[in-house]
Design a protein around this ligand. Structure first.
Ligand SMILES: [Zn+2]
Ligand SMILES: [Zn+2]
Length: 150
């Protein structure tokens, strides 16, 4: 598990990327925290999702979700100024044969050296990849030769 590629898509091993943050190391930037939260969604680490959520907006609980497969993260823009940060990202996911993209402009706050997710403006869009379209997972292959294989 620790040697495998990190779910956030950085290209690094999980143990060298989001893994340490899941173990409690402070993420150095809003973008690093965002990536680690994406990985936590992908790995169903609801404990980490709650721990990295700011107390002001944190839900009381989060249900594990085995139906949603997170397949691609794209960071469009990220910035930090003092103890506030923003990350604009796009996350592609699949539920069975249904594909969608979540696009969110998230806000982060730093307290006592730890960044926390505060809230964000999110929108969802359904994807309907055709057989010859580029696969939404970002592999560069055609959908029919990648995730679209029945
Ligand atoms: Zn990662
Ligand atoms: Zn694919």
């Amino acid at each position: 598990m620790n040697q495998r590629a990190c779910p956030c898509g950085s290209g690094a091993a999980y143990a060298d990327c989001c893994g340490p943050y899941h173990q409690g190391a402070p993420a150095p930037s809003p973008e690093a925290l965002m990536r680690s939260r994406y990985s936590a969604f992908a790995l169903n680490r609801t404990d980490y999702l709650l721990a990295s959520w700011h107390a002001a907006t944190r839900p009381a609980s989060l249900a594990a979700d085995d139906n949603t497969h997170w397949v691609r993260l794209e960071i469009l823009e990220s910035q930090a100024a003092g103890d506030q940060g923003r990350v604009h990202f796009r996350a592609t996911f699949r539920e069975g044969r249904r594909w969608a993209v979540l696009e969110e402009d998230s806000r982060f706050l730093r307290e006592a050296g730890h960044w926390y997710y505060r809230d964000g403006e999110a929108s969802w869009q359904r994807l309907k990849p055709g057989r010859n379209d580029p696969c939404p997972c970002g592999s560069g292959r055609k959908f029919k030769a990648c995730c679209g294989v029945a």
